[in-house]
Design a protein around this ligand. Structure first.
Ligand SMILES: [Zn+2]
Length: 173
């Protein structure tokens, strides 16, 4: 299955899309050694401690980057999500492009209710943005598309870090 925007892509973009769609899992070596961070992240977010949340995200992403052999990247955790008519921005991945490293930006609070973002959704967003980094640097794809394969890799990473069963898993757009 391909998403509807596939038809609007150029031939070379379709090739990238298909490559991305073919990879269904992202095995993370020694994932269990990063698991203790997940609990700390949940508490920091619950306490609305921005500095601590940012620090733990940085350690987690740094650990994943080393394990996968991709370049390190910067993490910024900000307060309230930017919003516009199209909705709210959950996370953002920016390529290095001349800067020292790529940057992931995350927001702790929803724009609508100014509530702290649910932990699982927050972690999913972090992993989602990290998967864009993996597309460029591990798979060496010239572009990073939201394909079914992409979402499967995001889920695969999520379940390696949080291996409990979850009856109602939240989905990041
Ligand atoms: Zn994305």
């Amino acid at each position: 299955m391909v998403f509807s925007y596939f038809n609007k892509l150029s031939i070379s973009q379709k090739r990238i899309y298909r490559k991305s769609d073919e990879i269904h899992a992202l095995p993370l070596p020694d994932a269990e050694t990063l698991r203790p961070l997940i609990g700390h992240l949940a508490s920091a977010l619950e306490l609305e401690d921005r500095d601590q949340t940012e620090g733990i995200c940085r350690t987690l992403v740094g650990g994943m980057a080393v394990r996968l052999g991709v370049p390190p990247l910067r993490i910024k955790v900000l307060a309230v999500r930017p919003s516009a008519k199209w909705g709210e921005l959950h996370g953002l991945y920016e390529l290095a492009e001349g800067k020292a490293s790529a940057v992931i930006t995350l927001w702790m609070r929803t724009a609508k209710h100014r509530r702290v973002v649910a932990f699982r959704a927050f972690l999913r967003t972090l992993l989602h943005e990290f998967c864009h980094h993996v597309d460029y640097h591990l798979y060496r794809l010239p572009d990073s598309f939201h394909t079914e394969g992409f979402y499967k890799r995001e889920s695969s990473l999520f379940h390696q870090l949080l291996p409990m069963r979850e009856p109602n898993s939240s989905v990041v757009s």
